[in-house]
Design a protein around this ligand. Structure first.
Ligand code: GLN
Length: 200
């Protein structure tokens, strides 16, 4: 059985847990609220929400180094929106914001404007080509730079902005697949987790 940790500090973790269950009824979702919860998981989901708040709570509960360490040992992680921001090495204009800083990407927070500028769009992805992805963007960041080792799995429209990227076992989207009924991104993450687990 796959044991998928879901960071339950703030944000839309319930939607991720529901989506994971829909992908595979045998999955165990493990609520991660403290360091000890990270011991026995095969992957970690970092939900959308408010990256400053989640980062602050990660520090307050003394989880930062443990998550970073598990990550650098190859633990698969999937961050959506705020989760993507937390995974990024660089955040435009926020040099001191707490982050995990694992992925070789730079993000620009709230780049599409305030909450009222949230929107949904169809995204074509060469990786998920059966049909376009439904990208729900809620006060989303943009990924303004990707560096070595990062694969771009989907871009938004003619702007060619990356909105779904992968670096090794880490996956990050600026949108929220957990708020749609499109399971493909979560299934892709579960494939990463399965490969990681069988290689251990
Ligand atoms: N705007 C939020 C942030 O900067 C992210 C929003 C989201 O996760 N939907 O953290």
């Amino acid at each position: 059985t796959l044991r998928i940790g879901v960071l339950e500090l703030q944000g839309d973790f319930l939607e991720h847990e529901a989506m994971l269950k829909q992908c595979d009824g045998d999955i165990l979702t493990i609520p991660v609220k403290g360091k000890q919860d990270l011991d026995n998981i095969d992957g970690l989901v970092i939900p959308g929400g408010e990256s400053t708040t989640i980062g602050r709570l990660i520090e307050e509960f003394d989880m930062l180094e443990t998550i970073q360490k598990r990550g650098s040992q190859g633990l698969p992680m999937f961050g959506t929106c705020a989760g993507c921001i937390l995974l990024a090495k660089d955040i435009v204009g926020r040099p001191t914001q707490t982050r995990l800083g694992l992925m070789n990407i730079t993000v620009d927070r709230n780049a599409y404007g305030p909450q009222t500028e949230s929107f949904e769009t169809q995204v074509y992805s060469p990786r998920f080509k059966e049909k376009p992805l439904r990208a729900v963007l809620i006060r989303a960041p943009t990924i303004v730079r990707v560096e070595s080792g990062v694969q771009i799995l989907a871009c938004k429209g003619s702007e060619k902005e990356p909105i779904l990227v992968q670096e090794g076992n880490w996956l990050a989207s600026t949108f929220h697949p957990e708020l749609t009924d499109d399971k493909r991104i979560h299934l892709h993450f579960l494939d990463i987790v399965k490969a990681y687990k069988s290689s251990k």
